[in-house]
Design a protein around this ligand. Structure first.
Ligand SMILES: O=C(NC/C=C/[C@H]1O[C@@H](n2ccc(=O)cc2)[C@H](O)[C@@H]1O)c1cc([N+](=O)[O-])cc(O)c1O
Ligand SMILES: [Mg+2]
Length: 214
């Protein structure tokens, strides 16, 4: 029976990456998606920008919206200090099954908590259910029309600390115009655009980094 793209990505990891070596997992996915079939991972070019923001923030708690196959989950978690935690929300059970295996192959289960469900449902539960106080970094990479409502929800739930950072993928392609307008015009955010390219292509895309001023 026909395999799915996430299953083929997992296969590439199991074939080409070293167990317990997160960077080899990232490299295996990028090589597969660049040479065999495109997939919506943040990718190696925007991934370097992601790495620099993660290293600069040096977060204790990270929230990722949109796990997919776990590429950025592994990429971020590989840079976290020893006791830091990353919570990643995934809506599609079929993607979650793959992401859990990618995360396990990287040996990062202890740093990562993958929670299945929709961001709108889960965000209000994060404090009580997962004992989260506030996030130092939020990586937005899920449905683009959810970036703005979820940002407002995160604020309402007091989940973003003063100085906390929102980093949003795809603000140009596919685009998140309402989100971009909001963070760039709001006095409560200091926003910066990192120009790059859509993963594995020459199309323009970029990341928007927005510091919450409280
Ligand atoms: O559409 C894109 N991303 C949508 C991602 C959605 C992911 O977020 C999850 N989710 C998790 C929680 C939710 O509440 C909702 C969805 C979904 O189940 C999926 O795993 C996209 C598209 C392109 N592109 O070139 O077309 C490029 C990109 O980099 C992209 O990120
Ligand atoms: Mg993306």
């Amino acid at each position: 029976t026909q395999s799915t793209r996430p299953q083929r990505i997992l296969g590439a990891v199991q074939q080409n990456a070293t167990r317990g070596d997160p960077r080899s997992v990232v490299r295996a996915i990028d090589q597969y998606c660049r040479s065999q079939e495109w997939a919506m991972n943040v990718g190696d070019e925007k991934g370097c920008i992601l790495d620099s923001v993660v290293s600069e923030v040096n977060p204790s708690t990270v929230l990722e919206l949109g796990t997919y196959c776990g590429y950025s989950t592994v990429r971020i978690a590989s840079l976290l200090p020893p006791h830091a935690k990353l919570i990643t929300l995934e809506f599609n059970p079929k993607f979650a099954v793959i992401a859990r295996q990618v995360i396990a192959w990287a040996g990062l289960e202890d740093k990562i908590q993958l929670v299945e469900g929709s961001s709108g449902d889960l965000i209000p539960k994060l404090k009580e259910q997962f004992g989260v106080k506030a996030f130092d970094l939020v990586f937005l990479d899920h449905w683009k029309d959810r970036y703005l409502p979820d940002t407002k929800l995160i604020e309402e739930c007091g989940l973003l600390r003063k100085g906390g950072v929102l980093l949003a993928d795809n603000v140009i392609c596919p685009g998140a115009p309402e989100y971009l307008e909001f963070v760039r015009s709001s006095p409560r955010y200091e926003s910066q655009y990192f120009k790059s390219h859509l993963e594995y292509t020459k199309v323009e895309d970029g990341l928007e980094k927005s510091v919450f001023l409280g």
